[in-house]
Design a protein around this ligand. Structure first.
Ligand code: ATP
Ligand code: MG
Length: 411
């Protein structure tokens, strides 16, 4: 029989890499809960239109990357490529506008049909936050500082750069679009075919193109900053002032646009140069029009999402497992007693590894492999005397302890 294969771009996570992704999610949850965010779980698939209508019909995700399928009832469904659209859909479907602000965090698998490479998978995990119902820069500052704290707690300070930009409000965006189109039309022949196509439908998207010929043109394109109206300018200045106050270092990147249609005002990216090509580890921005677009009224929003696997790859140190107690029976008669003792110790809260087979020497070797702190040894003599031998596996010191006192002795 030919061996079964996993799908291209998908991975089985176990051992150290899994411990690291688990740690990323654990630390992220701990940090954002301190800011009053609560976990939400939304379905892994949604009606296709939830993504197709809201992410922008010329975005990379919608044009090339979605896993869409028709279910047996003839509905067009899509495996979620990102988290924001689903959370906002849930916010609207459940009528959560009554009690603003709403602060959610989520984590789970996302699916994108991309060319797999290091740090770029077809199924990957995102951890993200969404803050709905706060229009003022306070929200931007809070959400960015939260991301900053999270990456610091992961031990990545000094390894990531925060880039920030403002796309302004709708008026600023229209003004900018006009300027940009004028410029791009002068360079029409130098653009990629994709971008020529986007020039009519969604010229802003061209700024996000990864094609070399487009990059050259974009290099000298007008920047957003010059088209911001007074309100947007002031808004951005307040966000930056807040970050300064908190001592958060950032770099203004006037060319930073996010690949999705729903962003306005603040957008930001946390990048590292450690992963070479796949440098963006966390990204987000404000999306004031999205709730309205889904029929939920005029509610502002801001959020970010990070790539959990990409962050896990940046963690140099393995996440240590707790050091267990090893319970080791010597001889057939002691086996059952060992199971009972292991059970008792676990009920008392200890981490316990049983050794399932082999002689004493083999089992001690196995216990050392588990990095066990101590071994509880039960032999025939101990069985007779209702005692066990507790051996410290670091110092090799051992002592005889009566059955009733094992827990006290180990504590
Ligand atoms: P990129 O420019 O790398 O394609 P993106 O702009 O598509 O990223 P977002 O949609 O902003 O990414 O998603 C937020 C984060 O999710 C990214 O910063 C990244 O860390 C992670 N991410 C995105 N796509 C993938 C993928 N295919 N595999 C692994 N992680 C990913
Ligand atoms: Mg992408």
């Amino acid at each position: 029989m030919e061996k079964v294969q996993s799908v291209r771009g998908t991975y089985d996570l176990y051992g150290a890499p899994k411990r690291k992704t688990k740690q990323v999610v654990h630390i992220a949850s701990q940090v954002v809960e301190k800011y009053g965010f609560e976990e939400i779980e939304t379905p892994i698939f949604e009606f296709t239109e939830v993504f197709a209508r809201n992410l922008g019909d010329t975005s990379d995700i919608v044009t090339k990357e979605m896993y869409c399928f028709e279910d047996k009832g003839g509905e067009s469904l899509t495996l979620r490529p990102e988290g924001t659209a689903g959370v906002v859909r849930a916010f609207v479907s459940n009528g959560l506008q009554q009690n603003l602000p709403v602060k959610f965090y989520y984590h789970g698998p996302m699916f994108r049909y991309e060319r797999p490479q290091k740090g770029r998978q077809r199924q990957f995990t995102q951890f993200g936050v969404e803050l709905l119902g706060v229009e003022t820069p306070q929200a931007d500052i809070e959400v960015i500082s939260m991301a900053y704290e999270f990456l610091q707690k992961l031990g990545l300070d000094g390894q990531v750069t925060v880039e920030i930009n403002s796309l302004g409000d709708a008026e600023s965006r229209d003004a900018y679009r006009a300027k940009l189109v004028e410029y791009l039309q002068q360079h029409y022949n130098e653009l990629s075919d994709d971008s020529k196509n986007r020039l009519e439908k969604n010229p802003l998207r061209i700024l996000d193109s990864k094609e070399e010929c487009d990059r050259v043109v974009i290099e000298n394109a007008p920047v957003y900053t010059d088209s911001l109206n007074d309100f947007s300018r002031r808004f951005f200045a307040e966000v930056l002032q807040g970050l300064d106050l908190l001592g958060i270092k950032y770099r203004i990147n006037p060319k930073l646009v996010r690949g999705l249609d729903y962003y306005s005002h603040t957008v930001f990216d946390f990048t590292t140069d450690k992963l070479v090509a796949q440098g963006t580890v966390l990204a987000g921005g404000r999306y004031n029009g999205l709730v309205g677009q889904m029929g939920g009224g005029d509610v502002a929003g801001i959020g970010w999402a990070c790539g959990v696997e990409r962050l896990a790859m940046l963690l140099d140190q393995d996440v240590p497992l707790p050091r267990p107690i090893a319970v080791i029976p010597v001889g057939q008669e002691a086996e059952l007693k060992a199971i009972a003792i292991a059970y008792q110790l676990r009920l008392a809260g200890f981490y316990v590894q049983q050794s399932y087979s082999g002689n004493m020497k083999k089992r001690i070797a196995k216990a050392n492999k588990y990095n066990a702190l101590k071994a509880v040894i039960i032999g025939s003599e101990e069985l007779e005397n209702n005692t066990v031998t507790i051996k410290d596996l670091d110092s090799s010191a051992q002592k005889s302890v009566s059955l009733d006192h094992i827990i006290e002795e180990l504590q």
